[in-house]
Design a protein around this ligand. Structure first.
Ligand code: PLP
Length: 442
């Protein structure tokens, strides 16, 4: 592949500067914002005919994934001589990164969840607590093994598993829980696991969004009996498609693996599942080796990429969260190392702000901000969970006020995946303008 492709060269340059730029712009943004707050009040809002804070938004700022010629060349080489060796290599590297004893690669995160529910080996009718505020794949595969979801609420400010709500939803049939680390913010796995242990529950983790997130220095995915990751292309570690399972025991690893793999190099000769080598159990969920190659290449600067993205988001949010009634997604814990994925999620307290979410979003959009009054699809509201034919017994559907509140208050901004100081400044300017005029908007 040519190294003079301007698009690719530009990608490389942008990527390098993103990884290096973390601290340089911080002081500048803070200074600018101090002076700009009063200026904001005198400027006419774009929605009222004034000029936009960001007349030419950089729509490349949130483009993802950002592959370069390095990935292009590696894939082209593999096409000339295909082989599978990147898959076990990735499994080893993922164990090394996370500290988990067992790992298995899959073609996507959904198939990791499917095989995980098979590996549980629970009797039909067993209930699993899971947030309703999640992607279908966390929940729906349960039904194929007679498992039944019990929907748990989330905290509307963390978008994560609400332990206090879970405590109220325990039934004699509850066997396991599946917290989801939403858009890279770790759940309180210490408190959740302690409680689960007391109640004799199996702990699972959905780390589809948490590729380099930690709690108390421990990688997400290692607080549980089994955990899943997704490498789908929107995710922080993109393989276009792909998934990884982490297992705390050989038994879980072997049972999950045999569900979708006829080839069993990771299953030892003395395993009860070894006899199924060559047949598996009827499905094939092997990762594509091109995906394994992409993921391994993307792992090289994952840590630095996450650090740069978090630093840039802090520069933005540290200013925005000073505005009355505006909050960010956080657990407030200092022992958490999060990452961001897809969205930088803010919340508005309309009473405190003195203006409606929709009025703010409309005004921000006119200023050039890609703001959305996001309402994520809640699983418990979907028809599937209300039709008895698909379940051992119907899931109990109750009100989930935290999930409803999250959908009523969130303002989703894009997560900037590259160094974009002009966008950070522009977003600050736009928010300050809108906030300075919010009484008029109200
Ligand atoms: C929370 C969650 N779990 C599981 C998955 C499934 O992953 P995949 O798309 O790789 O099947 C996703 C994908 O978006 C997800 O968001």
């Amino acid at each position: 592949m040519s190294s003079t492709n301007p698009k690719t060269d530009n990608n490389l340059a942008t990527r390098r500067s993103f990884l290096q730029a973390s601290t340089v712009a911080a002081a500048g943004v803070a200074l600018n914002s101090a002076g700009s707050a009063s200026a904001a009040a005198t400027e006419k809002l774009a929605i009222q005919g004034g000029s936009a804070a960001i007349p030419n938004p950089n729509t490349d700022a949130w483009r993802w994934p950002r592959y370069t010629e390095v990935e292009g060349e590696a894939l082209a080489k593999m096409l000339m001589a295909p082989d599978y060796s990147d898959i076990p290599a990735l499994e080893e590297e993922w164990k090394e990164q996370t500290g988990a004893p067992y790992a298995k690669a899959y073609c996507n995160g959904t198939s990791v969840l499917l095989s995980m529910y098979f590996a549980l080996n629970l009797p039909p009718g067993s209930e699993i607590m899971v947030p309703s505020y999640t992607f279908f794949a966390s929940v729906v595969p349960m039904r194929l093994f007679g498992l039944v979801p019990v929907f748990v609420d989330i905290n509307p400010r963390t978008l994560n598993f609400d332990l206090e709500d879970a405590k109220k939803r325990l039934t004699p049939n509850t066997r396991a829980i599946l917290p989801v680390h939403w858009i890279g913010l770790p759940c309180d796995m210490d408190a959740i696991s302690d409680w689960a242990k007391e109640e004799g529950l199996i702990v699972l983790e959905d780390c589809a969004h948490a590729q380099y997130a930690k709690l108390k220095g421990k990688h997400m995915g290692t607080f549980s009996d089994m955990a899943i990751f997704s490498y789908q292309m929107s995710k922080p570690l993109p393989g276009i498609e792909g998934g990884m399972g982490l297992y705390s025991t050989q038994e879980y690893h072997d049972r999950a693996t045999i569900f979708g793999h006829y080839d069993t190099p990771g299953i030892p000769a003395d395993s009860a599942y070894k006899k199924y080598h060559g047949t598996g159990l009827g499905t094939k969920t092997r990762m594509h080796p091109l995906a394994a190659k992409l993921i391994r290449l993307q792992m090289r600067d994952l840590k630095e990429r996450v650090a740069a993205g978090v630093a840039q988001t802090r520069r933005l949010n540290d200013v925005l969260t000073q505005l009355p009634g505006l909050y960010e997604q956080t657990s407030g814990r200092s022992d958490v190392e999060r990452l961001y994925y897809e969205w930088n999620m803010l919340f508005i307290d309309e009473k405190e702000a003195g203006v409606s979410r929709q009025a703010v979003v409309d005004a921000l959009r006119a200023e050039g901000v890609r703001a959305d009054a996001l309402a994520y699809r809640l699983q418990h509201e979907q028809p599937l969970y209300k039709e008895a034919e698909w379940w051992h017994h119907l899931p109990t559907i109750t009100e989930l006020p935290g999930s409803t509140a999250a959908n009523a208050t969130s303002i989703a901004l894009p997560y900037f995946t590259t160094d974009a100081p002009e966008m950070v400044e522009g977003y600050i300017k736009a928010f300050e303008k809108v906030w300075a005029h919010r009484k008029e908007l109200a």
